[in-house]
Write a protein that binds this ligand. Structure first.
Ligand code: SDX
Length: 378
C-alpha cells in the first residue's frame, strides 16, 4: 500500500470526484455546474440554482414550475415536529434546534429507498421545503408565539421572510435574500459537505446526512463565522478602534472572523457580491455604521495580511445584509443552512451514484504492549 504524507485538515487531498461546483482560489472564480456565480446571482433564483446543482442542468420552464410547485406544497411541517420543537429550550441555539429537527424528519419518513429516483426527489423536495419552516417556527416559538403557516402565494424567499417576521417582506429585500441563498448554496468540498458525504457513504437516510452537515456548519471556523463577525463589529464599536483591534488579534495569534479561506487566496467572489447587496439595502433602508467599521477592517487586514492571502470570505458581509433586514444574529448560520441544504443534497445524490464508504486511515502515534495497571496501583 502506498504510504501518503499526513496533511492536517486534509489540505489539498481530493476526497471525491465531483462535477457540482468549481473554485479557482487564485483567480477568485466560483462556478456551479460550470456557470459563474456572478451570472447566477444576477439572473437565477435560489430554487432554479438548487435544481441546477442537484440534477446537473438548468431546468426547462416546465421542469422549474413543477419543482417550485412541489416545494411550495411541502412547506408545512407535521404538528408533532412543531410540538417537539416547542419543548426545545428557548435559550438554545437555533442551529441546534435545526439539527435536531432535521434529524427528527427521519422518524416520520423512515422508508429508505436510495436506488429509487422518486425517493431521491421526494427527500430533496421535503428537505428544501421544510428547513426554512423549521427555522422560522423555532424563532417564533422561542418568543412564545405560535408559528406562522407558510403562504402558498409567496415564493420561496418571500415566504421564509414572511414566516419569520409575520409580515410580507419588501420585494427588494426578498430578492436580495434569494440572491444570498444562491451565494451560499454550494462550495466544493467544504467541511459540512465533506461531513454530508461521509454520512451519505454509509447509506443512511438523507435526514441524517443533513443533520450531520448542519452540526458541522455551525462551528465558528465554518458557517458560524457570520454570527461572530457581527459580534466582532459590535465589540470594535468604532472605525478608530479597528486598527488596534486587528493588531491585538495578530499579537495574540487570534483569528479575525470573516477573513481567510483554505482555498481562496484573493477576496472571495461571494463577499464582493454580498458587499454590493449590503450597499443596495443601505441605499434604500438607511446606512449602518457597522459597514464603515467593516470597510476599515478590510483595508487594515489587507495591509497586514495580503501577503498571506487573507481577504474577506463569504461570512464577512452576509451578516450586514441580514442585520439590515432585521434578522436576529443567531439566525445567520441557520440561514446559511437553508441555502446549503441543496448543495449537501446534490453531493448526497452524487455520492450515492458511485458510492464507496469513507474509511481513511490514520498515523498511529500512541504506545504498544502496555500492561494493564490494577486500579489500586494507579
Ligand atoms: C466558510 O471551505 C469552505 O469552502 C468554507 C465556506 C463554504 O462556503 O462552505 O467558504 C464557508 O467556512 C468560510 C470561512 C469562515 N471562517 C472564518 O471566517 C473564521 C476565520 N478564518 C479562519 O479561521 C481560517 O482562515 C479558515 C478556517 C477559514 C481556514 O483555515 P486554514 O486553511 O486551516 O488556515 P490556517 O488556520 O492554517 O491559517 C493559515 C495562516 C496562519 O498563519 P501562519 O501560522 O501560517 O503564519 O493564515 C493565518 C493563520 O494564522 N490566518 C489568519 C486567518 N485565517 C488564516 N490570520 C488571521 N485571521 C484569520 N482569519
Amino acid at each position: 500500500m502506498m504510504v501518503c504524507e499526513y496533511k492536517p485538515g486534509l489540505e489539498g487531498i481530493p476526497a471525491a470526484q465531483s462535477s457540482i461546483s468549481y473554485v479557482d482560489g487564485q483567480k477568485g472564480i466560483l462556478e456551479y455546474r460550470g456557470i459563474r456565480i456572478e451570472e447566477l446571482a444576477e439572473k437565477s433564483t435560489f430554487l432554479e440554482t438548487a435544481y441546477l446543482l442537484i440534477w446537473g442542468e438548468l431546468p426547462s420552464k416546465e421542469e422549474l414550475e413543477a419543482f417550485e410547485h412541489e416545494v411550495r406544497y411541502h412547506r408545512r411541517i407535521k404538528y408533532r415536529i412543531r410540538d417537539m420543537m416547542k419543548c426545545f429550550p428557548e435559550s438554545g441555539h437555533p442551529m441546534d434546534a435545526l439539527q435536531a429537527s432535521a434529524a427528527a424528519l427521519g422518524l416520520f419518513y423512515s422508508l429508505r429507498d436510495l436506488h429509487n429516483p422518486a425517493y431521491i426527489r421526494d427527500s430533496v423536495v421535503r428537505l428544501i421545503a421544510t428547513i426554512p419552516t423549521m427555522v422560522a417556527a423555532f424563532q417564533l416559538m422561542r418568543k412564545g408565539n405560535d408559528p406562522v403557516r407558510p403562504r402558498d402565494d409567496l415564493d420561496y424567499s418571500a415566504n421564509f421572510l414572511y414566516m419569520l417576521n409575520e409580515q410580507e417582506p419588501d420585494p427588494l429585500a426578498a430578492r436580495i435574500f434569494d440572491i444570498c441563498l444562491i451565494l451560499h448554496v454550494e462550495h466544493t468540498m467544504n467541511a459540512s459537505t465533506f461531513s454530508a458525504r461521509v454520512t451519505a457513504s454509509t447509506l443512511t437516510d438523507p435526514y441524517a446526512v443533513v443533520a450531520s452537515a448542519v452540526g458541522t456548519l455551525g462551528g465558528p471556523l465554518h458557517g458560524g463565522a457570520n454570527e461572530e463577525v457581527i459580534q466582532m463589529l459590535e465589540n470594535i464599536g468604532s472605525v478608530d478602534n479597528v486598527r488596534p483591534y486587528i493588531e491585538n488579534c495578530l499579537e495574540r495569534k487570534a483569528k479575525i472572523m470573516g477573513f481567510g479561506h483554505r482555498v481562496y487566496k484573493v477576496k472571495d467572489p461571494r463577499a464582493t457580491i454580498l458587499q454590493k447587496l449590503a450597499e443596495q439595502l443601505f441605499e434604500k433602508f438607511g446606512h449602518d455604521k457597522f459597514y464603515d467599521i467593516a470597510q476599515e477592517m478590510e483595508r487594515v487586514v489587507e495591509e497586514k495580511l495580503a501577503s498571506k492571502g487573507i481577504y474577506p470570505n463569504v461570512d464577512f458581509y452576509s451578516g450586514l445584509v441580514y442585520r439590515k433586514m432585521g434578522i436576529p444574529t443567531d439566525l445567520f448560520t441557520p440561514i446559511f443552512a437553508i441555502a446549503r441544504v441543496a448543495g449537501w443534497l446534490a453531493h448526497w445524490k452524487e455520492q450515492l451514484a458511485e458510492n464507496r464508504i469513507f474509511r481513511p486511515t490514520q498515523i498511529y502515534n500512541g504506545r504498544h504492549e502496555i500492561p494493564y495497571t490494577p486500579i489500586e496501583q494507579r
